[in-house]
Structure formats: C-alpha cells, structure tokens
Design a protein around this ligand. Structure first.
Ligand SMILES: [Zn+2]
Length: 91
C-alpha cells in the first residue's frame, strides 16, 4: 500500500489533473483503507469545489446574512490552497 505522504502527493497531482491512471488507482485503494486520508481528500475536494464555484457565501449559518467574499479574498484563499498543495508535494 502506498504511504500517506505518497497518497497526499497523488491527491495534489489529481487536483491539478496531473495524476497518471495507475497512481489514481493506487490512491483509490489507499483511500479505501485509510480513514485519515479519506478525510483529507474530502476536505481538499470540498474546499476546491467551493473555491471554483464562487459560492462560499452559501455556507453561512441559516438565517444570517450570507458571508460575501471579495474576489481578492477568494484569490488569497486559492493562493494559500495552491501553496499548501505545493508544500505537500515537495515534502
Ligand atoms: Zn493514508
């Protein structure tokens, strides 16, 4: 089984569209057996989806004024996210 560190690198590649088929399969197997990486992958993909959709405002608690993120704030979060992905890859 691939290590968690290797799994994190493949997740990063996959989000960037750079993961090879064989690695994606090995990642899927790892995710079936490793709850920690499952959780990490869920968080990565969820964050990625929110950032891409530009709908962060819709996750505020019900009944409250929606949180409006300026484009610049969204860009900062995306930058941090990409930096984190890069950090994981280069570990
Ligand atoms: Zn793992």
């Amino acid at each position: 089984m691939m290590s968690c560190a290797e799994a994190a690198r493949v997740m990063s590649d996959q989000l960037n569209g750079a993961a090879k088929n064989g690695m994606r399969l090995r990642l899927r197997l790892h995710l079936l057996m490793c709850s920690g990486c499952q959780q990490y992958w869920k968080q990565l993909t969820l964050l990625r989806r929110w950032l891409k959709s530009g709908r962060l405002g819709q996750v505020s608690p019900a009944g409250r004024e929606p949180l409006k993120l300026e484009t610049s704030a969204r860009a900062r979060i995306e930058d941090k996210f990409q930096a984190e992905l890069h950090r994981v890859k280069s570990d």
